[in-house]
Ligand binder design. Structure first.
Ligand code: SAH
Length: 243
């Protein structure tokens, strides 16, 4: 999914920002950097600020206009310090990360950043399906370009990790016992604590109800239930009337 994410910088003027953006991407596991008509070279300053991410800065794709940068993308999101300059579908950074994590599984997706001084033009913003604005201080809402790249790449990574964790937990869920196995466990437990005279057959009281509530809350996994059944069997073996 992360390989499907393009970070597009439009007409960047300061080479240091290209280097810092490359670094911001690499720490979040992204690698596809596209420069639209850059107004500077990927020079020594860019390489110095990229640090360990100079490979991303040096292998950036260079194109002459935004359409060329995003022609193969199924989702294009434009970034802006000013929210709602155009009446356009908006995402907050978290929603933007989630959209990228989902759609990035299917097709290339692009997040587009503007010029240091003037941002993206209205025409460029209208190329995008959605706009995203980092909810910064309304009195001073314009982040440095590379820091905006960092913030939004972080959201993409967090959403991606959450998606991975969800998939992993789906696999785990299959290891919960089935209802009839739980019922067998409760019968076994009731029998053993009756045999040990913890509860009496004539007046069992509410103990079993409370134990059921306890185990429902704890939600034992199949393996844990096996351990509990094993413990009950070991107790049974010690009881004088058991063979
Ligand atoms: N004066 C410009 C500021 C550009 S800052 C303007 O009003 O748009 C350079 C780029 O950094 C922006 O084009 C955008 O891509 C990104 N950026 C800066 N602050 C941002 C914010 N609060 N939310 C989203 N992107 C931001």
């Amino acid at each position: 999914m992360l390989d499907n994410v393009k970070v597009v910088l439009v007409e960047t003027s300061h080479s240091g920002n290209i280097g810092s953006a490359a670094r911001a991407m690499k720490v979040m596991g992204l690698s596809q950097l596209v420069l639209v008509n850059p107004q500077c070279e990927v020079d020594a300053q860019a390489i110095a600020l990229a640090a360990g991410a100079s490979d991303i800065a040096l292998s950036a794709e260079i194109v002459s206009n935004l359409d060329d940068a995003v022609h193969d993308c199924g989702l294009v999101v434009g970034t802006s310090a000013r929210s709602r300059t155009l009446d356009w579908p908006m995402l907050n950074p978290r929603e933007c990360g989630e959209k990228f994590a989902q759609e990035g599984l299917q097709h290339p997706v692009a997040i587009v950043f503007g010029r240091e001084r003037t941002g993206l033009t209205n025409t460029e913003l209208q190329t995008c399906h959605f706009h995203v604005s980092i909810p910064a201080n309304p009195e001073y809402s314009s982040l440095n370009l590379a820091m905006a790249v960092q913030t939004l790449c972080y959201e993409i990574r967090v959403a991606h990790l959450a998606q991975e964790a969800e998939r992993y937990s789906e696999v785990q869920e299959q290891e919960y016992p089935r209802q009839h196995e739980l019922e067998l466990f409760y019968s076994h437990l009731e029998k053993v604590i009756t045999d040990t005279q913890f509860i009496s057959k004539e007046q069992p009281g509410l103990v079993m109800n409370k134990l059921r509530r306890l185990f429902s809350r704890a939600r034992p996994e199949a393996q844990e239930l096996n351990i509990l059944r094993g413990i009950l069997t070991s107790v049974e073996k010690q009881l004088p009337n058991e063979k």
